[in-house]
Design a protein around this ligand. Structure first.
Ligand SMILES: *Cc1c(COP(=O)(O)O)cnc(C)c1O
Length: 234
């Protein structure tokens, strides 16, 4: 949820002859132009977990690596051949079926997530909402310089004074949000993260981090679900 300065990173790497690869899963190929980051900056490789929005069904595991550099493409082809990587034809078919609806689905996830993120900002015991389109979010200025769209994925920080068990109970109390790490499907997901375990001393956030992936359910129903689970925390 911390949008990086992609332009500066790509440019700094290129100046030093370092190839760059972007995990572009969050952008879904729609939110930003990996091969045209503005002011001449670009990444060399753009990668997608097709598992997420491109599949859209939470029922396929697949990925893609894309480049516009012919020499890199040759290297990738060779590595692909030597490693013997393959995908199942049925899985490919499922992703191909979903691709034409990617844009409308991405926009729907985005609109619903932004409404919910804005609503959550005013709810206790939510202390902070980390969504790159919110002006207070870390990296917001970088998001704004690259994107208008955003994925339906964001995090909230719950009051640090709450015991971790209450945070788990909040996640369990949600009925429409299922527990899950993967995202990009029709079902909304919730997962609590222990930032201190993940980041150690580098953690700069106060409170318990809970990540939400907004699915394609009615936004009002999701808000009502969150409202009910938050009520139990107050
Ligand atoms: C899920 C995810 C991956 C990995 O995708 P899988 O297909 O589930 O292995 C990689 N990058 C990002 C940003 C993801 O969200």
């Amino acid at each position: 949820m911390e949008f990086p300065d992609l332009r500066a990173l790509a440019r700094a790497a290129r100046q030093r002859g370092v190839p760059t690869a972007l995990d572009n899963t969050w952008g879904g190929g729609l939110a930003l132009k990996a091969f045209d980051l503005g002011e001449g900056a670009a990444v060399d490789l753009s990668m997608h977990a097709l598992t997420k929005y491109p599949s859209g069904g939470s029922d396929v595991l697949m990925g893609s690596v894309v480049t516009r550099d012919a020499a890199l493409h040759e290297k990738l082809l060779l590595a692909h051949m030597r490693l013997g990587i393959g995908v199942a034809a049925n899985d490919v078919e499922m992703v191909l079926r979903s691709l034409p609806t990617l844009e409308v689905r991405y926009r729907a996830h985005d609109a619903s997530a932004r409404r919910i993120a804005a609503w959550l900002q005013a709810q206790s015991p939510v202390r902070r909402v980390l969504h790159p389109a919110l002006p207070q979010a870390p990296g917001h200025e970088h998001w704004a310089s690259h994107c208008r769209d955003a994925a339906g994925l964001f995090s909230i920080l719950l009051d640090a004074a709450l015991p971790a068990e209450r945070v788990d109970a909040f996640c369990d109390a949600l009925k429409l949000f299922k527990l899950g790490y993967s995202w990009g499907g029709p079902t909304s997901l919730v997962v609590p993260y222990d930032l201190r375990a993940l980041r150690g001393d580098a953690n700069r956030y106060q409170g318990h981090l809970v990540r939400l992936s907004i699915g394609l359910e009615a936004t009002d129903d999701l808000i009502a679900d969150l409202e009910r689970a938050l009520q139990a925390l107050r």
